[in-house]
Every structure is written in C-alpha cells, then in structure tokens.
Write a protein that binds this ligand. Structure first.
Ligand code: BTN
Length: 327
C-alpha cells in the first residue's frame, strides 16, 4: 500500500469534523488517486486498528466515539513539534518495543510513538513479562534519537520517569505519585507505571532509544491477576473514575519533548533535581537485590549518571547500577 496515499487519507479523515463523512470521490480528488486506491487505503488503515465508519451514500468517517488511543484521539490534544507527530497505532502487537525496533531499521523519525491496545508478549525490566490489560492502559514506545554517546543512555530512563510523573501530576493533581528508582511510578506504594528503556547503538553513538512506557489507567482491581492485586494499582482505582488515555499520552509527549531538549542543551543536572523532587526512594531505608548480592541501607541520592547511592550500615557508600528495590 502506497504510504503517502494512506497518510493523506488519514490526514483528511482527521481534519474532518467529528461527525462529518468524506465521500470516496472527495478523497480521490484530495489525494489525486483512483477510488480503488482510496478503498485500499481505508482497508489498510482498518488493518492498522483505526475504526472507520462507512455509509454508502455519505462516504467515510473516523469513529471518534470509542475510547481508542489512535491518532484520531491523541492529535487533538497534542502540542508538540516532534514527539507524537508520527503515531503508529495497532490493536494488538507482541510488544511495542519490537515494533519500534523494526521501525528504527526503516529510519522512523525522532519522536515516533508506537502504541497498542494490547500486547501478547509485553516485556518489563530484567526480562520479566509485563501484564497488559487490553484497552485499559497506555502501552507505548517512544523512539528518541538524541545525539548522545551510549554511556549516557541510562540517564534517559530517569528523564522518561520525570516526564511521565509530571504529566500525571499536571492532569490529576489530587494524585500523589512517586518515583521508585530507577523508574517505576507508585501511588500509595503500589505500581501504576513501568518504564523500560532499550538502546540501539553503534560503538560510539546512540542510534535510537526505545522508551517503553506501560501505565495502568482504567483497570478495576478485579482486572489484575491475583498475584498483582496487592502490588499494582491503576489511575482509575486511585481517582475513583476512569480517565482519558489519549490525553495523558499527549501530555507525556509534551513533557518528554521539553525534557529531551533540556537534556540535550544542559545535560542531566536540572533533570536530576526534578527526579529527586519526585523520588519516593531518596532518604528511605531500602533493600537492593542485585544480580550478585542483597544490600540494605539508606538511599542517599543519585549521581549525575543516574546511579543510586546506597549508604550501608557500616557507613560505606555503594553505587547501585541495576537492582530490584524494596522500600
Ligand atoms: C518494568 O516495570 O519492568 C517496565 C515495564 C515496561 C512496559 C512497557 S508497555 C509498553 C512497552 N512494551 C513492552 O513490551 N514493554 C514496555
């Protein structure tokens, strides 16, 4: 399917007012292609997960009533220049990380987001599976292409956490989310959000960062499997009402765009302060389980590189690069 015809059809459908149909003939004129090409573009958009209502005498319109996280729902909220300006939306994928890494090979631009209603093989940190309740959360990967050397990539994980938590605070001021190092977001001690940053790099330059964000949004407690009931929560459970997923996606894009620009201009220092402001880990006694050992002590801060500083009872300060943290 010719990408540009499909994109132009989508653009025309998005620009039409919510309930306005556009006829096949109008679309064919707008895109300067045959009616058959328009029909194929509509089919291809439907395969991508868009719900398009067609009426014999009127033509086509995007279904804006259903609660999807497709471009039709996200774009009206979007205020960014780059992040979220290319949206790849799917009803179901194995993992948005996998789809995004394929798109990077095809040179997808900085700021592309891959977002799905459900994942059959969502993955978390440390190769754990990630539970994805269909159509009730945000399951997305943001492709970032900052011009940084590979050793700085872990700092971006923290940048993403600050972007997500500040987007949440902006939209739902009654919530009190905190970041658990490095980048889980908890409310009342229960996990709402996990972030997995993967890097595609040459020897000395980052080619792309795949920032995978999973947020429990509209699940009821009964939607979580038994083993997650005591450790997970959703924004809807905490707020007492369901929330608009597309609005939060757009707000995350805004914060991520600002913070990425800040990072590229000034480095991590200002973002480190923002991270510490939202941290639920610093100053607390924690247990850190690394691949080699279990350490207990007080989390006293993070370094400029995002490494957690743990002060053991002996007074010795150890840098924690990767671990499971219990508060
Ligand atoms: C974690 O807490 O371990 C990180 C979880 C990250 C989950 C998100 S959902 C969207 C993206 N696709 C995946 O397969 N994982 C990330």
């Amino acid at each position: 399917m010719n990408g540009s015809t499909k994109e132009r059809v989508l653009q025309a459908l998005l620009q039409a007012k919510k309930d306005d149909y556009i006829s096949g003939a109008q679309l064919a004129t707008f895109c300067d292609v045959s009616r058959t090409s328009i029909w194929k573009a509509i089919q291809s958009l439907e395969q991508d997960g868009y719900t398009i209502v067609s009426a014999k005498t009127k033509g086509y319109r995007l279904d804006g009533d259903s609660d999807f996280v497709d471009a039709a729902h996200i774009e009206p909220y979007l205020q960014t220049k780059e992040i979220g300006r290319t949206i790849v939306y799917k009803k179901e994928v194995t993992s948005t990380q996998t789809v995004a890494s394929e798109l990077v090979k095809e040179n997808t631009p900085h700021g592309t987001i891959v977002i799905a209603e459900s994942q059959t093989a969502g993955r978390g940190r440390m190769e754990r599976p990630w539970e994805t309740t269909a159509a009730k959360g945000i399951w997305m990967t943001v492709v970032l292409r900052p011009d940084i050397p590979p050793h700085q990539a872990p700092q971006f994980t923290l940048v993403a956490a600050v972007a997500v938590i500040n987007a949440m605070k902006a939209l739902y001021p009654s919530l009190e989310p905190v970041i658990k190092w490095p980048n889980d977001i908890l409310i009342g001690g229960k996990k709402t959000t996990g972030i997995l940053t993967e890097m595609l790099a040459e020897s000395d330059r980052v080619n792309a960062l795949l920032v995978g964000i999973g947020i429990n949004m509209n699940q009821a407690m009964s939607d979580f499997p038994d083993e997650l009931q005591t450790i997970a929560t959703s924004l809807a459970v905490e707020l007492g009402h369901t929330v608009d997923r597309a609005e939060l996606v757009a707000m995350i894009c805004s914060y991520l765009e600002n913070y990425t620009q800040l990072y590229v201009k000034h480095g991590f220092s200002r973002l480190k302060t923002l991270w510490e402001e939202s941290s639920g880990t610093i100053g607390k006694r924690i247990r850190a389980t690394t691949l080699r050992e279990v350490l207990e002590g007080i989390a006293i801060g993070i370094t400029e590189d995002g490494v957690l500083q743990l002060q053991l009872d002996s007074g010795e300060v150890r840098g924690i690069y990767s671990a499971d943290i219990e508060l």
